[in-house]
Design a protein around this ligand. Structure first.
Ligand SMILES: Cc1cc2nc3c(=O)[nH]c(=O)nc-3n(C[C@H](O)[C@H](O)[C@H](O)COP(=O)(O)O)c2cc1C
Length: 226
């Protein structure tokens, strides 16, 4: 399968954003090219350095590489048919898991899922930098995954991650190919960011024209006086 350039599906952003964020997308087509252990280590190292509430680091990952056929199939079997259709081609699957209580106190950690999402975002961004794509999957059987990988309480399976190099959309069945080729859509910023009160869209304006001269000691603002 041909390797597809990440830039094939850049986000049509309304503002300029970092190239890695613009490039990232969730492919349905995966190349059969394996992802080496070296690359995977770097991807999970990025997850490791995510911020978390109280530095609790509630994220865990169970890795199922295609090379380990038995565990790969065990995780793939937990994925619903609609997702299995494309996820089966990914060279790596992983199960993200959250520790739902604080390790010290045993109290519920309300931000555990939030923090797992942050870790997956870092993982995904690092993957993008290495030319690797991540397609996250909510459509899987949580209890089947718990049983299949002996995930104990108070841990909770969160998502399955399909990881691999983007593949050739032309190799997909027609319906998936159409989906892969579809325009990427997002709600406008005005539906997402409010100012002053709920549901009052932030206009994106508000930088008062500064009449103050640049302070002398500011970087690039003139000669330092102290
Ligand atoms: C937590 C999570 C769960 C998802 N679950 C599925 C899924 O079950 N099946 C699927 O095809 N895509 C799934 N996706 C991918 C989203 O549909 C995708 O991110 C969204 O359509 C935006 O597309 P993009 O990632 O290419 O920008 C999931 C994404 C996230 C973050």
């Amino acid at each position: 399968m041909a390797k597809v350039d990440f830039m094939d599906k850049p986000a049509p952003t309304s503002e300029s954003i970092h190239a890695l964020l613009k490039r990232r997308f969730s492919p349905l087509a995966f190349s059969s090219e394996p992802v080496t252990a070296d690359v995977l280590r770097r991807i999970f190292e990025a997850a490791r350095w995510a911020p978390s509430s109280f530095n609790e680091q509630p994220w865990r990952f169970v890795l199922a590489r295609r090379e380990d056929e038995e565990s790969f199939e065990r995780l793939l079997d937990c994925v619903i048919d609609k997702n299995r259709e494309w996820a089966a081609a990914a060279p790596v699957l992983a199960l993200s898991v959250a520790r739902t209580t604080f390790a010290g106190s045993g109290q519920p950690n309300r931000h555990a899922l939030h923090d797992v999402g942050l870790a997956v975002c870092q993982l995904t961004t690092q993957a993008t930098a290495l030319g690797v794509a991540v397609h996250q999957i909510a459509g899987f059987d949580v209890e089947a995954a718990r049983a299949a990988f002996a995930v104990p309480e108070p841990f909770e399976p969160v998502a399955v991650l399909a990881i691999g190099y983007p593949g050739d959309p032309d190799a997909l069945p027609a319906k998936l190919r159409e989906k892969e080729r579809a325009a990427r859509r997002r709600m406008p910023l005005t539906d997402l960011v409010f100012a002053a009160s709920w549901d009052r869209p932030w206009t994106g304006e508000g930088d008062a024209e500064s009449s103050d001269p640049a302070p002398e000691s500011a970087p690039g603002g003139g000669s330092a006086s102290h």
